[in-house]
Design a binder for this molecule. Structure first.
Ligand SMILES: [Zn+2]
Length: 196
């Protein structure tokens, strides 16, 4: 089976649309048809080469998404074909199956345990969570990175403000904004964000 992906081939250059051959699933992997993908600021830094040398080029990108499980490799117990899932860089329960090497003609393209800038992806079981009941795939994509990162930053910000009321940064403000967006789908269990 083939799929299409936006691949980082060269730093600081536009991503390249490529047709990838999906290999046989490894134990602990699931084949997911991607519905939505977030574009995190960390990917922008990665593409621009701000994270330094990239020994994995060319490689797939994206670490937050939603999709539907099409197939599972052996030993996968957490999800099954047909399940709607959240894809995240954050490790949860289940098998860590490692990365994937896709074939692209005579070349190869690397991918981590979860990637989302593509129509289909092989993903480690431990990067998948069922989409909560009542939540759309479009909104649930925030659970992959923006919401947990925002809530984590919110907690850090809260602690820092307790220590020093003047402590703030644009990065924290951005993350708090993410958290505020995320809070629209679920009542937060922590106090709401005051004006950043
Ligand atoms: Zn992210």
């Amino acid at each position: 089976m083939k799929t299409e992906a936006a691949v980082l081939v060269e730093l600081a250059k536009p991503l390249v649309m490529a047709e990838l051959e999906i290999p046989t699933l490894k134990p602990g992997q699931a084949l997911v048809e991607i519905a939505y993908s977030g574009a995190c600021g960390s990917q922008v830094n990665e593409v621009m080469g701000l994270k330094g040398e990239d020994k994995w080029l060319p490689h797939c990108l994206g670490h937050e998404g939603t999709g539907t499980v099409l197939e599972t490799g052996s030993s996968v117990a957490k999800v099954k074909a047909g399940d709607k899932v959240v894809l995240s860089w954050i490790k949860g329960s289940g098998i860590e199956a490692g990365g994937t090497v896709y074939k692209c003609g005579a070349k190869t393209v690397n991918a981590g345990a979860v990637t989302t800038f593509q129509r289909h992806a092989l993903v480690s079981e431990n990067r998948l969570t069922l989409v909560p009941a009542g939540l759309s795939m479009e909104v649930a994509v925030l659970l992959g990175c923006a919401a947990p990162t925002g809530m984590g930053a919110r907690r850090c910000s809260w602690q820092r403000r307790s220590a020093s009321p003047r402590t703030s940064s644009p990065r924290t403000s951005w993350r708090c904004a993410s958290w505020r967006r995320a809070s629209s789908w679920q009542q937060p269990s922590i106090p709401p964000v005051s004006a950043a």
